[in-house]
Design a protein. Sequence first.
Length: 243
Amino acid sequence: MYLDRTDIELLYRDSLLALKFVLEQSGVSSWSKWIATDLAKWEIEKSVRHHLSAYGGMGSLNDLIICTENKHSITKSQEPWVNSLLLDLCSLCYTFAVSLNDQKEITLEEIVKGMGRYSYKLQGWRCLSCGYAELSVNELESYVAHVLVRNGITQAMISSNLIYYTEKTFQLDIPEVQEYRGNLKKVITKSNIVISNRTGWLRPCPICNSEDTAVYRWEKQKRKGLLFHTEVFEPSEDNLSMH
């Protein structure tokens, strides 16, 4: 079903306000001021050109990473959640701006598609000699944040609750996170992937002492059983071959 122009205009404004909140609270003053200008341009002129000019290559809005290393006003625990919010809100703003600029109708399915692939790969390390697989706690949290924020933003958009959802998630007020994280850990462990506090390279392998280790990715799949399907992480197709 196509959204009418009034709905798109409201969603564009709410998306900009939510994005501005994330940028302001993170201490990214230059981009929060840019979004404030976008809001003014829209309210006064009904123009989206200024916002569309924010996207591009190096130094553009979609090149921004919010993190403690860049001296932004967030904690380490907030990083995956804030960046997931940033990514999806930028995608929403861009999608709505293009629709308004081109005066084209858009469906909810097209809006969600505009946020990119829903599926997300786990990324860790693997020994190409013995097969030992390891995932950092940070990467685990990035996966959790990506999945829950994508679902949460979609539902908040549908229920006209986008700004409230963004504020609560920024503050790490996420009721479903403990249960989802716990279930995900079980699937990861069942997939023979070790969850580790390691932050650097996996080299040498802690099992066979081989130096032949590499970044490795897995995708969640459903494995058919005799009575029911079970979830498991399988190696994606873009990995180096095992020896």
